[in-house]
Design a binder for this molecule. Structure first.
Ligand SMILES: NC(=O)C1=CN([C@@H]2O[C@H](COP(=O)(O)OP(=O)(O)OC[C@H]3O[C@@H](n4cnc5c(N)ncnc54)[C@H](O)[C@@H]3O)[C@@H](O)[C@H]2O)C=CC1
Ligand SMILES: C[C@@H](CO)CCC[C@@H](C)[C@H]1CC[C@H]2[C@@H]3[C@H](O)CC4=CC(=O)CC[C@]4(C)[C@H]3CC[C@]12C
Length: 409
C-alpha cells in the first residue's frame, strides 16, 4: 500500500513565535477515582521480553498509557516511566510481574533522556507542555515540546532504540488562524494548517521532527520506525479542564452559561481509547514498519459530535450542573472583548500573580471553530477498534467527576 499523506498533514506554518486484538478490559475503580486498579496483568503465557519507555507517564494521558500497557501488553518485561514529576500512585505498580522503573527526569536534558532510553525497545513520547492559557512562556513551551522531542529522537538514534510513537495533537492541523472549519475530516483532508499560538506551533514542529526521523539509522545500523498519533480533545478520568469546568459550575450555583453555538462541532476522544491506540500502535509498528513508519493517525472513537460545552454536559449534567441557554448568552464580539481583557489582565497581574482563566482569544477561537474527524485509517493500518464504547467512556467519566465532587466536599 502506498503512503497516505497530503491534506491534513499538519506540516503547516507557524506564523509567529519559536517559537486487532481485543484483550482484557481494564479493571475499574481506584479509591473512587475511577482509574484502573490492577497493575501488571500482562498475560504470562507469552514471552515477556520488551522494554518500553513512556515519557510524561505521570500526566493525564501518560498514566492511562502506563496502566493500559500493564494490562494489555503481554510482551512487556520492563516499563520505564519518565516524568518531571513522579506520582505516588507509581508505588502500587511495582508489585506486579512487570518491572516498573520510575525515572524522574526532564526531556529538555539530553543526557537524562539518553540514560532513560538506553536499552528500551519502544519509546512512547507523551511528555509535553500543554498550555493554551498563557501559564508558561512560548520559549519554555518550545524548549519542552520541540527540543524535548529532538532529544528523544537523538537518544533513540544513539542508543539503538528502533520504535518511537509520538503523541501529537489535532492542533497540528487546526483549527487554523483563519478559523476555517474542519468538518469530519480525515488524515488526507485538504486544510490550511497555519498556526500562531506557541502550543500548536510546537506540536507541529515536533511532529515534523518525528516523521522526518523515520528511517534514520540507529546504533547497530537498523532503521528507526516512527509514527505520530493526533488525539482530538481528550476527556476522561483525570481531565483537569473538565474538573475546572465542574468547579466553575459549582461556584455559579450549579449553572454554566452557554458561550458557544450548539452547532459548532468539537472533536473529542476518550482517554482510555487514546491510551489503547498508543499500545496498539507501539505493538504493530514492530510488525508493520513499512506500512506504518512515518505515518500520522488521528485518535478517534465513537464519542458523539457535539459542541465543546454540550459534550461536557454529558458528564457534568448527571453530576447536577445545568447549561443555561439554547444560544450563546453573550454576543461573540463581547466574548472576544472579555477574552482580550483577560489577556490584558494576565499581563498586568503577572508581577503579582498568575492569572490564567479558561477564556482567552485562542481558547475562544478553538471552541468556536468546528473541528471534527471521521477516519478509519487506524483500523485499516493496524486493526484499531475503540476498546471502550461511548456508553462506557461516558459512565467512567461521570463516575470520576462524581468522585471529584465527593473529594471536594
Ligand atoms: N489533553 C488533550 O486534550 C490533548 C493532549 N495531547 C498531547 O498529549 C500529551 C499528554 O498530554 P496531557 O496528558 O493532556 O498533559 P499533562 O500535562 O497531563 O501530561 C504531560 C506530562 O508531561 C510531563 N512533562 C512536562 N514537561 C516535562 C519535561 N520537561 N520533562 C519530562 N516530563 C515533562 C508532565 O509532568 C506531565 O506529567 C501531550 O504531548 C499533549 O500535547 C494531544 C491532544 C489532546
Ligand atoms: C470559551 C469557553 C466558554 O465556555 C470555552 C473554552 C474551552 C477551551 C478551554 C477548550 C476548547 C477547545 C479545547 C482544546 C481542544 O480540545 C484541543 C486541544 C488539544 C491539545 O492538544 C491540548 C488541549 C487542547 C488545546 C484543548 C484545550 C482546551 C480548549 C481550548
Amino acid at each position: 500500500m502506498g503512503r497516505e499523506g497530503g491534506g491534513a498533514s499538519g506540516r503547516g506554518r507557524c506564523v509567529a513565535g519559536p517559537g486487532a486484538c481485543r484483550r482484557r478490559p481494564p479493571v475499574a475503580g481506584l479509591g473512587g477515582l475511577g482509574l484502573w486498579l490492577q497493575p501488571g496483568m500482562a498475560d504470562s503465557a507469552q514471552a515477556q521480553k520488551l522494554v518500553y519507555l513512556v515519557t510524561g507517564g505521570c500526566g493525564f494521558l501518560g498514566e492511562h498509557v502506563v496502566r493500559m500497557l500493564l494490562q494489555q501488553e503481554p510482551q512487556l518485561r520492563e516499563l520505564r516511566i519518565f516524568d518531571l514529576h513522579l506520582g505516588p500512585w507509581l508505588e502500587e505498580l511495582k508489585t506486579g510481574p512487570v518491572q516498573v522503573t520510575a525515572i524522574q527526569g526532564d526531556v529538555t536534558q539530553a543526557h537524562e533522556v539518553a540514560a532513560a532510553v538506553a536499552g528500551a525497545h519502544v519509546v512512547i513520547h507523551t511528555a509535553g507542555l500543554v498550555d493554551v492559557f498563557g501559564k508558561t512562556s512560548p520559549e519554555t513551551i518550545h524548549e519542552v515540546n520541540v527540543q524535548g522531542t529532538r532529544n528523544v529522537i537523538e537518544a533513540c538514534v544513539q542508543t539503538g532504540t528502533r520504535f518511537l510513537v509520538y503523541t501529537s495533537s489535532m492542533e497540528v492541523v487546526g483549527p487554523n488562524i483563519k478559523g476555517q472549519p474542519f468538518y469530519r475530516g480525515n488524515e488526507n483532508t485538504p486544510y490550511e494548517a497555519v498556526h500562531r499560538h506557541p502550543y500548536p506551533c510546537s506540536k507541529a514542529l515536533a511532529e515534523q521532527l518525528v516523521l522526518e526521523a523515520n528511517g534514520r539509522k540507529v546504533l547497530g545500523g537498523l532503521p528507526l520506525v516512527t509514527c505520530a498519533l493526533r488525539p482530538t480533545g481528550i476527556y476522561g478520568e483525570g481531565h483537569q479542564i473538565m474538573r475546572d469546568f465542574y468547579h466553575q459550575g459549582l461556584r455559579l450555583g450549579g449553572r454554566l452559561f452557554r458561550a458557544i453555538p450548539a452547532s459548532v462541532e468539537h472533536g473529542r476522544v476518550y482517554v482510555g481509547n487514546v491510551a489503547w491506540m498508543h499500545v496498539l500502535v507501539a505493538r504493530e509498528l514492530q510488525h508493520r514498519a513499512a506500512l506504518m513508519g512515518g505515518q500520522v493517525y488521528f485518535c478517534y472513537d465513537n464519542s458523539p459530535y457535539k459542541s465543546y460545552e454540550d459534550f461536557n454536559m454529558e458528564f457534568l449534567g448527571p453530576c447536577g450542573l445545568r447549561l443555561v441557554g439554547t444560544r450563546p448568552l453573550l454576543p461573540y464580539w463581547l466574548l472576544l472583548f472579555l477574552a482580550a481583557l483577560n489577556v490584558l489582565l494576565q499581563w498586568l497581574l503577572r508581577p503579582l500573580l498568575l492569572y490564567a482563566p479558561l477564556l482567552n482569544p485562542y481558547t475562544l477561537a478553538m471552541a468556536n471553530t468546528t473541528f471534527t474527524v471521521s477516519t478509519d485509517k487506524a483500523r485499516r493500518h493496524f486493526g484499531y477498534e475503540p476498546l471502550f464504547s461511548w456508553e462506557e467512556s461516558r459512565t467512567r467519566t461521570i463516575r470520576w467527576v462524581q468522585a471529584v465532587e465527593g473529594s471536594a466536599q
